[in-house]
Write a protein that binds this ligand. Structure first.
Ligand code: NI
Length: 254
């Protein structure tokens, strides 16, 4: 079965049909979903989905877009939520210099603080890095991310950067952008990264893979990423499916 390691089912684009979509997953070969989190008010909704659907797990954390509003009290709130056994990661956390919705120094401060929290809670991190490779790597190095591990979601860095991430024991996630005709770098990285360190994702409702690009994404499309990866690696898709399933379980301790 397939493990979609990054999706956002509390997004408003799913508000009309989330139950219909999620209940169709097992029959469509999607056996596990990690629901990612962008802000604290979302967490109750995510945990409600986890309770209803045994195959959904939760990540909790504050996205760089929302970093500006964060306080130390939010760290305490996250620590409380982490007691729920379905919470398996801290994320998505990181830096976003493409949109710059929060000032960069504040993004960096709360990114580092949440890496420290993940280490304290012994949970892996889910990293969001958009146009901020250097600062992102500097923070992860300084704060010894290798102590908790984690995954770079929708990886967009170089092979060289991937080498250091792998040295830290982390995983690299590929999503819909791997299927885009013009995306050359992710394909090079996918060729380089050993299969036992790759996971797949959709980032639903965003980043819909070919041939459905432009439509709303869902975990039902994660197989397109597995198929593209099989083509790049020159391996049967079943092998990709099994490896990414096992990797995702190992990464999140499921
Ligand atoms: Ni996301």
């Amino acid at each position: 079965m397939l493990f979609d390691t990054h999706a956002h089912y509390t997004d408003e684009r799913f508000s009309d049909d989330v139950d219909e979509i999620l209940s169709s997953m097992p029959a469509n070969n999607v056996g596990l979903i990690m629901n990612s989190c962008s802000d604290i008010p979302e967490i109750d909704g995510i945990l409600a989905l986890c309770e209803e659907y045994p195959f959904i797990y939760a990540s909790i954390g504050v996205h760089p877009h929302e970093a500006e509003h964060m306080t130390e009290k939010d760290i305490d709130i996250l620590r409380e939520y982490a007691k729920n056994p379905k919470v398996k990661a801290i994320g998505e956390i990181g830096l976003d210099y493409y949109y710059d919705f929060s000032p960069r120094d504040i993004q960096k401060q709360w990114f580092a603080r949440q890496v420290e929290l993940a280490k304290e809670l012994k949970l892996p991190v889910i990293i969001h890095d958009r146009d901020a490779h250097k600062d992102c790597m500097d923070i992860l190095r300084e704060h010894s991310v290798k102590e908790c591990g984690g995954v770079f979601h929708c990886y967009a860095g170089s092979v060289e950067m991937a080498r250091e991430i792998l040295d830290w024991g982390m995983y690299i996630a590929f999503g819909g952008s791997l299927t885009f005709k013009k995306s050359v770098k992710p394909k090079e990285v996918a060729k380089y990264v050993p299969l036992d360190r790759i996971v797949i994702e959709t980032d639903s409702p965003y980043l819909t893979p070919e041939p459905h690009r432009g439509k709303r994404n869902s975990s039902l499309y994660v197989h397109y990423v597995a198929e593209k990866l099989a083509e790049i690696k020159g391996l049967p898709v079943e092998e990709i499916e099994n490896a990414t399933w096992e990797n995702g379980k190992r990464l999140f301790g499921i």
